[in-house]
Design a protein around this ligand. Structure first.
Ligand code: URA
Length: 261
């Protein structure tokens, strides 16, 4: 891996601002390969050199990827004045520049990818890519019998927006108060699923995302829990599109282990 400045390395790993790191180094709190290093602007090799602050080893992660089962009551944002954010839930992240790939509503649960890989996020969210998103929903109201056909043709939402064809399955555990459904959509417009059912005269009372492209919600994760993406999951996501620039080939992408290449 290319060399980088010690203060940049420590800054990216959330140790502090450049000024704070300079001060830490000046006070002899920073060591490189066991030697006290007072110059925070010196170059290091993040893969070879052992960096410690106050005796704690700081290991480098260029990229981080987490699969979160988003709970209700948490916002899909990096900062919020009222609610906890999905980033607050990733308590052992090394990087400080993580963000959610797309948004789930405050009351929506389920699969959310958290990363600092902007290229990958861009490809997953690009409207041109038509990445399938599968949702489970409980829907109240009179779901028309031909809803699957209407969804398959593409709906016109109340504001006149036309949706792409979607696939709707009405599940057997539907009852007189609410229908249980699985809906696959190819887009990610604002409140899209809720607005699609509103266009059919119904109301979504529970919504959970089960998958996004090749990435599936890990049912072992309770709402609020997360885990690093597995190597093969990251590989599948990267295979969605290899044409644009990406972190592919980076030597320090972090999932469970470093990806090859
Ligand atoms: N569609 C919605 O209406 N809400 C979500 O959170 C996701 C998709």
């Amino acid at each position: 891996m290319a060399q980088m400045r010690l203060d940049k390395f420590l800054g990216e790993m959330g140790v502090g601002t450049r000024t704070q790191i300079k001060e830490m180094a000046r006070k002899g709190r920073v060591r490189v390969n066991g030697q006290t290093e007072k110059k925070s602007d010196r170059k290091i090799d993040p893969e070879q050199d052992v960096v410690q602050v106050d005796g704690r080893e700081i290991s480098y992660a260029a990229w981080e990827y987490y699969l979160l089962n988003k709970p209700q009551g948490v916002v899909s944002a990096t900062e919020d004045r009222t609610y906890p954010t999905v980033i607050d839930l990733i308590t052992d992240a090394r990087r400080k520049d993580l963000f959610p790939v797309g948004r789930l509503d405050l009351d929506t649960e389920g699969l959310l990818l958290i990363t600092n890989d902007g290229d990958l996020a861009h490809r997953l969210l690009s409207p041109r890519k038509h990445v399938d998103k599968v949702y489970f929903a409980r829907v109240e109201g009179n779901l028309p019998e031909d809803s699957p056909e209407q969804m398959a043709r593409g709906l016109v939402l109340k504001d006149g927006t036309k949706t792409l064809p979607a696939s709707l399955t009405i599940l057997p555990d539907s009852d007189s108060t609410a229908a249980s459904v699985m809906l696959t959509i190819q887009e990610g417009k604002f409140h899209q699923v809720k607005r699609m059912f509103e266009a059919l005269g119904c109301h979504v009372v529970y919504l959970k995302r089960l998958s996004m492209g090749p990435l599936k919600l890990d049912e072992a994760l309770a709402p609020g829990q997360y885990r690093p993406l597995r190597k093969e999951e990251l590989k599948m996501l990267r295979q969605l599109d290899q044409t644009e620039g990406s972190s592919e080939g980076s030597c320090a992408a972090v999932c469970i282990e470093k990806p090859e290449g």
